[in-house]
Design a protein around this ligand. Sequence first.
Ligand SMILES: Nc1ncnc2c1ncn2[C@@H]1O[C@H](COP(=O)(O)OP(=O)(O)OP(=O)(O)O)[C@@H](O)[C@H]1O
Ligand SMILES: [Mg+2]
Length: 525
Amino acid sequence: MNRFRYFLRNSLAAKVILSTVFLSLGVVWLTGSALYSQLSSGVKEVNLESSLAEARSSFFNAQYQFLLVQDKPTSQINKTTQQIIKSSTQVGVNQARKDIVLLKIEDTTLSDPRYQANIYNYSSEGITLKAIPPTLRKELFKKEDLVYQYSTLSRLSGVETESLIIGRKIAIPKSGLYEMYLIYSLTNQRTTLDLISNALLLTGFALILLIALITWLVVRQVVRPVREAARIAEQFTKGDFSQRMEIKSNDEIAKLGTSFNEMALSLESQITRLENLSRVQQRFVSDVSHELRTPLTTLRMASEVIYSHRSGFDPTLSRSAELLIAQLDRFERLLEDLLEVSRFDAEVAVLEPVEFDLVPLIARCISDVGSTGEDLPISIDMDPELEHVMIKADIRRLERIMRNLLSNALDHADGKPVRVAILQTPTEVAIGVRDYGEGLDASALHRVFDRFWRADPSRSRVRGGTGLGLSIALEDARLHNGELDAWGRPGLGAHFVLTLPRVAGEQITGRPLKLEPTDAHKFER
Ligand SMILES: Nc1ncnc2c1ncn2[C@@H]1O[C@H](COP(=O)(O)OP(=O)(O)OP(=O)(O)O)[C@@H](O)[C@H]1O
Ligand SMILES: [Mg+2]
């Protein structure tokens, strides 16, 4: 039942066919029953009229015969009576069976003992007087003319037959008044009516089948292109824009197909255009970065010469030499980042995973980041039993992620300590970097992984931030099939959590290290 409902809900053809069949069933039923009732009443009427006419002539004939033998001896009357019984029960062309009942009416005026001797009570085989309905008999007593009634006649054998009973009073000479009934079996009429109803049922059934078939053929014409369109649209979502709908005519469906194909064409051309554009942009960034490298190397060599002689310069000139070197560093880093970004965009970034211990790598990153000479306020939280955290990943990329997270934290920590947490499960490794500095608000969190985005562009200039670090870190993490998440609250600091699969490329099943730090509210003012 459920499957049927599912099928019905998912198939337009089934819905249309079923409703059409239901509606036409109603129409066929109505017209069929109207037709049947008209036909059957017609058949009954014709049958009644012919039976009445025949009965009338039988009664007339009987009356006439008896008149002829009125003064004849009793034996002659007996013979006539037998003849009348015989002729009255003779079956006509369209009749199944005819019976007769003859019954003397007890009449006191005819109590002549002579008459009492000749009584012609008679009933056809298997029929008793009880079979004649009393209402009909009463009517017969009252009327001089014919009376009739439809009745189900039960014979002595137990068989019941639908019958038409026609009666009339009749006088037999030297005997008295009689009730005479002619009983017409309606078996033939029933057969005819059954035939009609069967034919009607069969026609109705065939009609409904035909209607269902026609509906299916019609619906198919509409459904097929719709299905085709759905299939092609699915291909579009998979990125294949090459398929088109077949158009054979000029009707509404064909118009749908034409519009659909035009849409596909326009989508395809726009996507190709955008792809070309982005390819051109990628190339441009990559070319420019490459082209800048050579002059930059020359610049660096020249400036290093100047820098090494700065002790001989006056203070402003020597300060300029230092600034030159610092800005060149920044320039070089920017170029490297740009090249990396263009590699990600061109999808040519390759992962070089090796198995190594994460703990010394993080320790190295911490000391590198703090190489400015300050005392490092960074502490590492990890399970003391976790001396080694083995992971298979790209060392260079992982180092880059950690350096950026740590330097960001230090940059924004306002001198407060920074905590690094390491956690491992059988399938994942998670590293959290938590600082208690100025933090990030909701809109900043939203954009923190965007390229070139910095909360305060002027601020980080000191350390040379370009706003590319986190976007590269996220791409690096995703290249490992890992994730990088950020949490932050203004004034409460920030928490960045890197989750990586133990083996690069495998899937991570969850986030073992919770993003919202447990001490989130500790410093709330
Ligand atoms: N721990 C943090 N606390 C507060 N803000 C942060 C933190 N980490 C990052 N941000 C904000 O996110 C911005 C983007 O960081 P991202 O690392 O991408 O760039 P950057 O550090 O400015 O430059 P780059 O890393 O490329 O040298 C930062 O400029 C800073 O505004
Ligand atoms: Mg950074």
